[in-house]
Ligand binder design. Structure first.
Ligand code: DQA
Length: 143
């Protein structure tokens, strides 16, 4: 089984970007911990980060993964193009957020991609990603 983790805009700055909101873990550290989480479960994991919407759509379309963990970052709140790509690929996608988007500004409380995804997890920092991976592993194992 192969999983792809996609990180959207500004997540390349994790560790120094608003650490009180997003924590002090860098993107490289987060990916290393997720790689281990996947390996411990006998699953292959690949990682991709882009700031550009089109690059995220290309990654979704070009993926050969069995399931995708997607933190579309700010695109979550307005990218109908990413939502359409999620719908188009026919691969289960789980939406994740490090922060609890429902406890933040009004514009973050709405996701235009959520309805296209299998489910959404937010508010647990790096654990959001691990929970999403575990959800996909269970879902794909019971297929
Ligand atoms: C985020 C939440 C988004 O609202 C924000 O734009 C991000 C990160 C999160 O992981 O908490 O860039 O997706």
């Amino acid at each position: 089984m192969k999983l792809l983790v996609i990180h959207g805009p500004n997540l390349n700055l994790l560790g120094r970007r608003e650490p009180e909101v997003y924590g002090r873990l860098t993107l490289a550290e987060l990916n290393t911990s997720l790689q281990k989480h996947a390996a411990d479960r006998g699953v292959e994991a690949a990682f991709f980060q882009a700031n550009a919407e089109g690059a995220i759509i290309d990654a979704l379309q070009g993926s050969d993964a069995d399931g995708i963990v997607l933190n579309a970052a700010a695109y979550t709140h307005y990218s109908h193009a990413i939502a359409d790509a999620v719908k188009a690929i026919g691969v289960p996608v789980v939406e994740v957020h490090l922060s609890n988007v429902f406890a933040r500004e009004e514009f973050r409380r709405h996701s235009v991609i959520a309805a296209a995804c299998k489910g959404s997890i937010c508010g647990f920092s790096a654990l959001s990603y691990r929970l999403a991976m575990d959800a996909l592993i269970e879902l794909l194992s019971n297929k």
